[in-house]
Design a protein around this ligand. Sequence first.
Ligand SMILES: Nc1nc2c(ncn2[C@@H]2O[C@H](COP(=O)(O)OP(=O)(O)O)[C@@H](O)[C@H]2O)c(=O)[nH]1
Ligand SMILES: [Mg+2]
Length: 252
Amino acid sequence: MKTFVILPTYDEVRNLGPMVEQLLSLPIDDLNLLIIDDNSQDGTGKLADALRDQNPNRVWTMHRPGKMGLGTAYITGFRWAIEHGADSIIQMDADFSHSPAYLPQFISKMDKFDVVVGSRYVPGGKLDPRWSGWRYLLSKWANSIWVRLILGTQVRDATAGFKCWSRRALDRIALGSIRSNGYVFQVEMAYLCEKLGFSILEWPIYFEDRRIGKSKMTVPVKLEAAWRVFEIRLRYGGLKKISRVEYQREPA
Ligand SMILES: Nc1nc2c(ncn2[C@@H]2O[C@H](COP(=O)(O)OP(=O)(O)O)[C@@H](O)[C@H]2O)c(=O)[nH]1
Ligand SMILES: [Mg+2]
């Protein structure tokens, strides 16, 4: 079983080293990393190449000329991983909000599920206690109510960016037709999973605030995401109703 972790980076120079080290020390067979850096200003790209040279045939890098967004980074990474023979593909942030410690559990579920979603909003899921009540409510509302109302989805954490995909699932998604890029990229993919009838496991995670560096997501990006949910509905509204969606919320 070959696994690829796709790590998009933009100005993560202090997170990337420890992240790669932790990922490579996981007890997972044939675990490979692809770092996609968008010409970070802080030297992340150079560090990525150094890590690649230190870990030949385990760490790969891709450099894009400028900040082109998370969605396109993942689409590019998914395609590359499939071409390179991946059986499972993991998408995660490089800032430690998504703990590498969950990976063995996610991968162990790949025989039964098409996608595992690291979820903040299922029982057992937890947000960093440093989140203010207001920030928590807004996020929970956006994920669990707004998106569900507009799209009729079942997923509790619609903008979850921590996922483990089986190759068979990604093979069934027309990656070339995915248009959204920021948070909505996650919503679009989640919606498609349900429309395509994938079996999905929402696995509760503890979502820690990034340890170092700054978030690249701004309030306008978040507001834009809220409106773009309508666009997704318009674009895919014609798709036939879901045939089979099997959500398992908690770890068995
Ligand atoms: N390659 C690439 N990575 C990005 C871009 N925007 C954000 N990232 C990375 O995507 C991950 C999530 O971004 P982050 O700013 O932490 O978003 P937040 O967790 O929603 O605050 C981090 O690893 C970032 O370095 C981008 O435009 N291109
Ligand atoms: Mg983050």
